[in-house]
Write a protein that binds this ligand. Structure first.
Ligand SMILES: Cc1cc2nc3c(=O)[nH]c(=O)nc-3n(C[C@H](O)[C@H](O)[C@H](O)COP(=O)(O)OP(=O)(O)OC[C@H]3O[C@@H](n4cnc5c(N)ncnc54)[C@H](O)[C@@H]3O)c2cc1C
Length: 653
């Protein structure tokens, strides 16, 4: 029986292209090949023989006998080519857990098994429509989704799968969101390719181990096409406002398109307008007076040729570092203005291409893709949680919070010195004096090497003003510039963005959250705002690693569960109780105190000006995933048809 490898690739046994298989077995990741072999053969003795060598999660095994490796390849080759082929049956949870642990060289606890069964793709998702005894959503219950980025597309797929009628409203003319808009040179994803995608739409053909922006965009376009989503999307249309009608139990949503403003009605709204979809320019005097091209990284004009120009880059976060790495060798001179320092970490895989034999394995070898995705997940997400959780007994360097965090700091320091050892002046300017991971790190795709170049300067003294032909520093020097690039980030703290949202009793979400203090229950629902669901809202961003995709999927699953629960009860709307909402937020605030983002020296966009961490999730992905399986009915209040006939905005039940 052929297995669906996603995007049309089929892993079919027996494999008949022996030459390609041979190459794939030579090039493939060894631990993944071992897992594939044990998965299909159940030869646990082989697992034991490898286990004693695979003990360091962060280093390749140095003492692996080459004949053992050769034996594995031979056995796997025989298994995959045998005719008739072996049957691939689901494995017991205990064996899966053991294999996962051997594969990553450290213990993978029980709680990860269900998460990985779903997320790695070991289990095909079951359609809700096939669930026995489930109530079908009422035909007149319509869900409006804001945004056709990763979140909106995932919402559409799962709403359709559950039988909800829905529509997506998207301000752009294409899907993709972040990856459609961010086309600056060097744009890329820090989270590994084989993890940063939807578990139910896995893709075997990534070109790099971390996707370039254009490949990410191509993937999302592929998702929209594969699931035939375009017919549900109203492109070129912006959601501006929404008002809850407590009598009719629906949202009146104001949308604007080329023809003007209209109101549409929706029973529920899922907001996937993106955490980083609203870019910001810095507040620098004279910014308007610059005569050359000046652009934000998220508003890039690809027609502008910067070759041979004197370019200023303002900002050294992830986008700034990517653009600097990409432009340094082609411009005449680059001046980088750094306002605050960042930890820069090398990741040997960051710039590596995925070779054709490895892509072939992902496409054609059964179980290779899920086992490889599991591996990518582990080393990019919860495997890193120990780096951000404070050890209360830690008495070491005050710039660290635990031994693991100190080890990561030393690794980063060594990496930075390794590239810039010959430039102690630059190293001094960029080496942070705060714990690593207390703000977003920069993964080095050539940034450090660029800073060491003769045609690149880094300025740290601050900007006084921008003038027609350059930038004047606080100490009075003028840096001449033909072009300025603002890598100055996004308006993340104002999470409601430009949306004017009025819930029950006339409550304004924009007023309640203000400029920088958003709160939600489990990062997705808000008391006073029935049937409004945020995707990756307050305190749900997994800042210990990456994996927006995982919280997107967790939230969408939860939202559909919540809607199903509402339908089951015969209700028309659902919102968290004030008690549950408040208790959750008190807990989150308390739990954040032991996270690196709350360290006294931490300064980042994860925190607001009062020091509250509003963005980061203090929990591991597995914790959030588990919490998001099923809503707790007692934490919710259900609104029924006929409740509250006193007119819009009048007191509810
Ligand atoms: C440069 C960059 C790099 C990133 N790297 C990583 C990473 O390595 N790992 C990681 O986990 N996360 C990363 N992120 C964060 C996050 O994963 C991405 O931003 C992700 O694409 C967000 O998906 P989304 O669907 O939630 O939002 P978006 O991709 O922002 O999509 C939102 C969509 O909503 C539309 N929209 C917005 N407002 C309205 C409106 N009022 N009406 C109608 N449509 C609207 C937008 O046009 C857009 O299409 C990165 C973000 C950026 C900007």
């Amino acid at each position: 029986m052929p297995l669906d490898n996603g995007f049309g690739a089929r892993a079919t046994l027996p494999i008949t292209d022996h030459a390609a298989l041979g190459e794939a077995l030579e090039a493939g990741n060894l631990q993944t090949l071992l897992m594939v072999y044990v998965h299909i053969s159940r030869d646990e003795a082989m697992l034991d023989r490898f286990a004693r060598h695979l003990t360091n999660p962060y280093a390749a095994p140095s003492d692996l006998p080459s004949d053992l490796v050769g034996e594995l390849r031979e056995k796997l080759f025989a298994l995959l080519t045998q005719d008739p082929p072996p049957a691939i049956a689901p494995l017991p949870a205990e064996l899966m857990k053991r294999m996962m642990s051997v594969g990553v060289g450290e213990t993978v606890a029980d709680e990860f098994v269900p998460l990985m069964m779903e997320q790695a793709g070991f289990e095909a998702p079951l359609s809700r429509l096939s669930k026995a005894g489930r109530n079908r959503p009422p035909a007149d219950f319509k869900v409006l989704v804001i945004g056709a980025g990763m979140a909106g597309l995932a919402a559409a797929i799962k709403l359709g799968d559950a039988g909800y009628s829905f529509e997506i409203v998207e301000k752009n003319s294409e899907v993709g969101g972040t990856w459609y808009e961010n086309v600056y040179p060097g744009v890329g994803v820090d989270t590994p390719s084989h993890f940063y995608s939807l578990s139910f739409a896995q893709y075997p053909d990534w070109n790099n181990y971390h996707p370039r922006g254009r490949d990410m965009q191509a993937y999302l376009v592929g998702v929209a096409d594969r699931f035939d989503l375009r017919r549900y999307i109203r492109f070129g249309t912006r959601v501006k406002a929404m008002r809850w009608d407590d009598v009719r139990k629906l949202w009146a949503v104001t949308i604007a398109d080329a023809h003007g403003e209209h109101t549409v009605e929706a029973s529920a709204v899922i907001n996937g307008h993106g955490p980083a979809n609203r870019w910001k320019l810095p507040d620098i005097p004279g910014i308007e007076s610059f005569q050359g091209p000046a652009m934000h990284t998220a508003d890039w004009d690809p027609t502008i040729d910067l070759k041979g120009k004197r370019v200023v880059v303002i900002g050294t976060g992830a986008s700034g570092a990517q653009v600097v790495a990409s432009l340094a060798s082609e411009v005449a001179h680059l001046t980088v203005f750094q306002r605050s320092k960042h930890w820069v970490m090398k990741n040997p895989e960051y710039v590596n291409d995925v070779t054709e034999p490895v892509k072939w394995a992902l496409r054609h070898v059964p179980q290779y893709m899920p086992w490889f995705r599991f591996r990518a997940f582990w080393f990019a997400s919860d495997g890193l949680y120990k780096w951000v959780k404070m050890d209360p007994a830690w008495e070491g360097n005050p710039l660290a919070i635990s031994q693991a965090n100190e080890d990561a700091r030393q690794y980063a320091l060594a990496g930075m010195a390794g590239v810039l050892g010959h430039r102690p002046d630059v190293l001094e300017k960029i080496t942070p004096d705060f714990p690593i991971f207390s703000k977003r790190i920069v993964l080095d795709a050539g940034y450090l090497a660029a800073l060491g170049r003769d045609n690149v300067d880094i300025e740290t003294g601050g900007i006084e003003r921008i003038v027609a032909d350059g930038v004047v520093t606080k100490d009075g020097r003028k840096v001449p510039a033909d072009a300025i690039i603002f890598a100055t980030g996004f308006k993340i703290a104002k999470m409601s963005g430009d949306l004017d949202i009025v819930g029950r009793k006339g409550r304004s979400l924009g007023d309640e959250w203000g400029e920088e203090d958003p709160r939600a229950y489990l990062g997705t629902t808000m008391e006073g705002f029935p049937n409004l669901f945020w995707v990756v809202g307050p305190n749900s961003v997994p800042n210990h690693a990456g994996g927006h995709n995982l919280i997107v999927e967790g939230h969408i699953h939860y939202i559909v569960e919540a809607l199903d629960m509402m339908v089951e009860k015969g209700a028309r709307a659902i919102e968290p109780t004030k008690e549950a909402f408040d208790a959750y937020n008190v807990k989150v605030d308390g739990d954040l105190k032991s996270m690196v983002w709350s360290h006294p020296k931490a300064r980042s966009y994860y925190r607001n000006s009062r020091g509250r961490v509003y963005l980061s999730c203090p929990y591991r992905l597995v914790d959030m995933w588990t919490l998001l399986r099923v809503p707790i009915a007692a934490d919710y209040r259900f609104h029924f048809p006929g409740d509250n006939k006193g007119g819009p905005g009048s007191p509810s039940v």
